[in-house]
Write a protein that binds this ligand. Structure first.
Ligand code: C2E
Ligand code: CA
Ligand code: CA
Ligand code: CA
Length: 277
């Protein structure tokens, strides 16, 4: 019980010394979590703002901890990135998402599913081949999978990230820049990156209704994306007003609590059937 309590408090600290006793026990707890089936795939719908139809979903991981309940990703992803364990986590999310994609296809739904990649994943030159090996046996086309990458993950090692992204794109996977506007300015890279979509960070979308500057940033981002031939998604759509404002600005897709919170995969399947075109 003492060990449980000790581990328990640790998850809440993002910065642990790698190699420390605390770090090692959390790492082994996370390893066990995968083996014991404690991770959960949650999906949050992405909707076409004009047509008001579901187009896909973002995969978001949660940890169903035996004593602490549902642990949100921000309490273990940063740690997983620090230690490199995130690669195993990403592999788990990709496998679950691929299996769900097959299930959705069998139910007559054609959805684009998005998976978050971390800095570490972008440095893995074998990633494109690994993803293809997951999808091919299931008969899931690469075009139905979108990979979300943050600006800061790219800027960590831009040349290597660019090489991985070019491979992924050449294999037909869709690419999205996540949390756009919050990372380092990467307009020079944006031009070179083979991306298909920009995702406006929720901080701008949430503030847009009361702050004119945020509204202007959202408007400029939509214009920038469209001028570059990219599709735009707004995350953090919490109200009908935000939905309408974004639709008026020409934003293509929306994601947020106004539509639905992230939900377990089986629940999402029912949701998607009700919203399907
Ligand atoms: P993110 O990729 O920016 O994901 C969007 C986050 O915004 C999610 O938080 C989602 O639940 C939340 N969100 C969605 N709609 C709304 C809204 O209307 N209002 C507000 N206030 N929030 C909204 P979540 O699920 O807690 O995930 C947090 C972060 O953890 C993600 O941010 C992502 O960076 C990371 N993450 C989650 N799952 C994975 C994963 O499988 N792999 C990796 N590498 N990172 C993940
Ligand atoms: Ca994301
Ligand atoms: Ca985001
Ligand atoms: Ca974020």
């Amino acid at each position: 019980a003492a060990k449980q309590r000790q581990c328990g408090s640790l998850i809440y600290h993002a910065q642990l010394d790698v190699g420390s006793q605390e770090s090692l026990s959390l790492l082994s707890e996370l390893r066990q979590a995968i083996a014991a089936g404690e991770l959960r795939l949650y999906l949050q719908p992405k909707v076409d703002l004009r047509a008001r139809k579901i187009v896909g979903a973002e995969a978001l991981v949660r940890w169903q901890h035996p004593t602490r309940g549902l642990v949100p990703p921000m309490q273990f992803i940063p740690f997983a990135e620090q230690t490199g364990f995130v690669r195993q986590l990403t592999a788990w999310v990709l496998a679950q998402t691929a299996a769900f994609s097959r299930q959705a296809l069998d139910a007559g739904l054609s959805l684009r599913l998005s998976v978050n990649l971390s800095t570490r994943d972008l440095l893995d030159q074998d990633l494109p081949a690994k993803i293809e090996a997951l999808l091919t046996p299931l008969g899931v086309a690469p075009q139905t999978l979108c990979l979300e990458i943050t600006e800061s993950a790219i800027m960590d090692d831009p040349e290597r990230a660019l090489s991985t992204l070019e491979h992924l794109s050449a294999q037909g996977f869709k690419l999205s820049i996540d949390d756009f506007g919050t990372g380092y300015s990467s307009l020079a890279y944006l031009k070179r990156l083979p991306v298909d979509e920009l995702k406006i960070d929720k901080s701008f979308v949430l503030a847009m209704e009361r702050d004119l500057d945020d509204a202007r940033i959202v408007r400029s981002t939509v214009e920038l994306a469209h001028n570059l031939g990219l599709s735009v998604v707004a995350e953090g759509v919490e109200t009908a007003r935000a939905w309408n404002l974004l639709a008026a600005l020409g934003c293509n897709e929306g994601q947020g609590y106004f539509l639905a919170k992230p939900m377990p995969a089986d629940q999402f399947l029912d949701w998607a059937k009700a919203w399907a075109p």
